[in-house]
Design a protein. Structure first.
Length: 241
């Protein structure tokens, strides 16, 4: 009876993760959303009886603290721990900004949600002993976070988002090493979901959420110890840093 925790599930890729995972009644799914007072109709429609919808605003440290405690309450009755953690919550509020027009508040918000959020989700869940010793952690990145590939894009775009995803990649490299003494079988990867047809991805995207998430789940379930610290695409292929 595996336990999955997915952040940012009220729409897009996060919602699709819940839809696919909830189809197997043996899966326990913790699905987080920024606010329980927002419109959760789509999320509730795909949730199963073993899906726990919890509030977690990844831009707010107290909210992440509260979420970890709520997760403990949800899992403690059956002494469960999280086997798969998928950090998919992210924002891209200023995709038109270049390195020459970065808005300080926009960049700070992206660092807060896209980098510090996943860092603290892992930290606080670990602190409450909620991560299994063989946990698989998938931090959702982007091809825009690849410094190598940045030189292939012309014109370059979404500077703040790209910077935050490059920072997430470095965070994940550190997590892959820092968690090993505490969780001997841990595997941390960053995965580019591809260009997906979501509100963030836009109408020109080439992958459906169903295709991207289905592929990523296959990658997630196939991870081995030697994959710890890798940068992969949704097909499981290596992506240059």
């Amino acid at each position: 009876m595996p336990v999955y925790c997915v952040t940012g599930t009220n729409r897009g890729i996060g919602l699709e993760f819940v839809r696919q995972l909830a189809q197997d009644p043996s899966n326990t799914v913790i699905a987080t959303t920024r606010s329980l007072s927002s419109d959760l109709g789509d999320l509730r429609a795909v949730a199963s009886s073993s899906t726990h919808i919890l509030e977690c605003d990844t831009s707010n440290l107290q909210s992440i603290h509260n979420f970890a405690k709520d997760a403990l309450r949800a899992l403690a009755p059956k002494s469960l721990k999280i086997d798969y953690l998928i950090n998919s919550a992210a924002i891209n509020p200023a995709s038109g900004q270049s390195s020459l027009t970065l808005g300080p508040d926009d960049l700070a918000a992206q660092i807060s949600v896209n980098v510090l959020g996943p860092a603290k989700v892992v930290e606080f869940l670990l602190g409450l002993d909620l991560l299994s010793e063989n946990v698989r952690i998938l931090n959702m990145t982007s091809g825009l976070g690849s410094i190598t590939r940045a030189f292939e894009f012309s014109p370059r775009k979404a500077a703040g988002y790209s910077i935050s995803k490059a920072a997430l990649n470095m965070l994940s490299a550190h997590q892959a090493e820092d968690l090993k003494p505490k969780l001997p079988g841990v595997v941390v990867v960053v995965v580019d979901p591809g260009w997906v047809k979501t509100r963030m991805g836009g109408a020109g995207a080439i992958l459906t959420p169903e295709e991207s998430v289905g592929s990523m789940l296959a990658v997630l379930h196939g991870l081995k110890t030697e994959d710890n610290g890798r940068f992969l695409n949704h097909k499981g292929e290596s992506v240059p840093w």
